[in-house]
Design a protein around this ligand. Structure first.
Ligand SMILES: O=C(CO)[C@H](O)[C@H](O)COP(=O)(O)O
Length: 224
C-alpha cells in the first residue's frame, strides 16, 4: 500500500524540514481549498509552486474547489504528476478530465462521503485514481467514517468487473492503528495528514512506521 503524506498537516514554520522528513514517501499530496467547496483555505499558486520546486516526490494536487474547470488551468501550469478534482461539483466532469489528458497530467477524482460510487460511472474508465474521502473534507484530524471503507470494496468490485487499472486511495482519518483495516478493504494507497505530521514519534519516524506496516501487510498479501 502506497503512502502519500498530506503537506497541509505539516508544521508550516518548518516546511523544508518536513518535506525532507517525508522524502521517502510514495508521493506528496497537496490540498488546495477554495473557501467555497470547503470552508477553509490552504495553499495558493505561489506556495504550491515553491513546494513542488523543492520536493522531488511524485506530486498530487487535490483541488477541493467548487470551480475545478477554472482553477485547473492555473495548477496545470505547475506540471504536477497528478491533479485530483471532485466530479460531483460539475455537470460535465469529463471537460476537466480532457484538459488534464491534453496536458499529460494523470487524472484523479475524489468523492466526498455523501457521494455514492454509482456517480462515478461516466468517468471511472477515464481516470488513473479515485480518492475516497474518509472524512468530510475541510478539517484535519477527523475520525475515519466506516461507510467510506465499504465504498472502497464496492469500487474495487466495479474496477475488477470493468477490467480497469484504477488505483483506490483513501484520504482522511488514516492512522497507523487502522492501516490494516483499510488495507483489508482493498485500498491501494492512503493520504495521511495528522497520522504522520502530528505523530508523537516525529514526522520521519512516523512515515517509516507507516511504510514498514504497509510492507508487512503486503507480505501477508491475502487481500490484493
Ligand atoms: O482532505 C483532507 C482534510 O480535508 C486532508 O487530506 C487531510 O490532510 C487529512 O488529514 P487527516 O489525515 O488528519 O485526516
Amino acid at each position: 500500500m502506497k503512502i502519500g503524506p498530506s503537506i497541509m498537516c505539516a508544521n508550516l514554520l518548518r516546511l523544508q524540514d518536513e518535506l525532507n522528513y517525508v522524502s521517502q514517501a510514495d508521493w506528496l499530496h497537496i490540498d488546495i481549498m477554495d473557501g467555497y467547496m470547503v470552508p477553509d483555505f490552504t495553499f495558493g499558486i505561489e506556495a504550491t509552486e515553491q513546494i513542488l520546486n523543492y520536493s522531488s516526490l511524485k506530486s498530487e494536487i487535490h483541488l477541493m474547489s467548487k470551480s475545478p474547470l477554472e482553477h485547473v488551468e492555473q495548477y496545470v501550469k505547475l506540471k504536477p504528476d497528478i491533479i485530483t478534482f471532485h466530479p460531483e461539483v460539475l455537470y460535465d466532469p469529463l471537460r476537466v478530465v480532457y484538459k488534464l489528458k491534453e496536458a499529460g497530467i494523470q487524472t484523479g477524482i475524489a468523492i466526498n462521503p455523501s457521494i455514492p460510487i454509482v456517480a462515478l460511472n461516466e468517468v471511472i474508465h477515464q481516470v488513473d485514481r479515485v480518492i475516497i474521502m474518509g472524512v468530510n473534507p475541510g478539517f484535519i484530524g477527523q475520525k475515519l467514517l466506516k461507510a467510506s471503507l465499504t465504498k472502497s470494496l464496492h469500487l474495487a468490485d466495479i474496477i475488477k468487473q470493468k477490467g480497469l487499472n484504477t488505483d483506490i486511495i483513501l484520504d482522511g482519518g488514516v492512522k497507523l492503528e487502522n492501516l490494516k483495516e483499510i488495507y483489508e478493504h482493498k485500498v491501494d494507497g492512503v493520504v495521511v495528514g495528522t497520522g504522520i505530521f502530528h505523530h508523537n514519534l516525529g514526522t520521519e519516524a512516523a512515515l517509516k512506521a507507516f511504510k514498514h506496516t504497509a510492507k508487512e501487510l503486503h507480505k501477508e498479501g491475502q487481500y490484493h
